[in-house]
Design a protein around this ligand. Structure first.
Ligand code: SAM
Length: 268
């Protein structure tokens, strides 16, 4: 397929050309006519068109001026009817507060923004109800702890919701063809219910950062080094949850981290 633009590498422009994957993303977003969906980086509008088939409203934020012009023309009818709002902006400057509460998020995002988008939308004040993203396959493998090892990323996602792989996407499904394979994943049931207060949420992230600070060390060593409790404290507390004091951070579940945060929260 010939593209109507020269793709910009700096904006991660790899356009999806698989109908199967577009359908899987739209289905995973579980849209109805009552829903507002935010799309990041609509590009040439392949996913936008799919989302418009089922969503009540689509808000699409595209940074590239040329693509914004193309999209404005292509979707003139939907823009006029109010079903589509097209915004020519960097997603980093976009304030989700302008969206209806309980909005959904769907996107094939540029690789360099993956971490930022996952972080900002999951931990932001205006969380989406559900998030469906097409990202590098390796990122999805890590979020789902494919190798049995949890990480800072996997715990940071799982504490807010339930991640699931929707489908893998081979690199040949994009134009131009990227250097790595991709995958679609969703996060459902997004909330901050696991945190009893903003201070607890704050402490939780400090604790997991400390815990994953030095991979080779045991968890207790990492916690003590960062002034999170003493050996004596953890020798009393860990057995209460049947955790060995020799455990490594990658072996802990979200519930274990919540337990550790609770001990510290109640001790200060
Ligand atoms: N959604 C289209 C598709 O599936 O074919 C395009 C996906 S392409 C991987 C990423 C899109 O994000 C491009 O259209 C690019 O211009 C846009 N983009 C890159 N950085 C952005 C940013 N900071 N804010 C908003 N859009 C951005």
């Amino acid at each position: 397929m010939n593209l109507p633009v020269v793709p910009k590498k700096s904006l991660g422009q790899n356009f999806l050309n698989s109908e199967r994957v577009l359908v899987r993303i739209a289905e995973a977003t579980k849209l109805s006519k009552d829903d507002t969906v935010l799309e990041i980086g609509p590009g040439l509008g392949a996913l936008t068109a799919k989302l418009l088939e089922t969503a009540g409203k689509v808000i699409a934020v595209e940074k590239d001026d040329t693509l914004y012009s193309i999209l404005s023309e292509k979707f003139a009818k939907q823009i006029k009817s109010g079903q589509l709002t097209l915004i020519n902006q960097d997603i980093q400057d976009f304030d989700p507060k302008t969206l209806k509460k309980g909005y959904k998020l769907a996107a094939n995002i540029p690789y360099n923004l993956t971490g930022l988008i996952i972080r900002n939308f999951l931990s932001g004040h205006y969380q989406p109800e559900i998030m469906v993203l097409l990202v590098q396959k390796e990122v999805v493998d890590r979020i789902l702890a494919h190798d049995g090892k949890e990480s800072l990323l996997s715990i940071s996602v799982k504490v807010y919701g339930t991640p699931k792989r929707i489908t893998n996407v081979a690199r040949g499904n994009f134009n131009p063809v990227p250097r790595v394979d991709s995958a679609v994943f969703s996060v459902e049931n997004i909330s901050r219910d696991r945190f009893i207060s903003p201070e607890f949420e704050d402490l939780f992230f400090k604790v997991i950062h400390a815990g994953f600070g030095h991979k080779r060390k045991m968890l207790v060593r990492n916690l003590i080094d960062e002034q999170f409790g003493t050996r004596e404290l953890w020798e009393i507390e860990f057995p209460k949850r049947s955790l060995k004091t020799t455990i490594r951070s990658e072996e802990l579940t979200v519930d274990d981290w919540i337990f550790i945060t609770n001990v510290l929260y109640n001790n200060h």
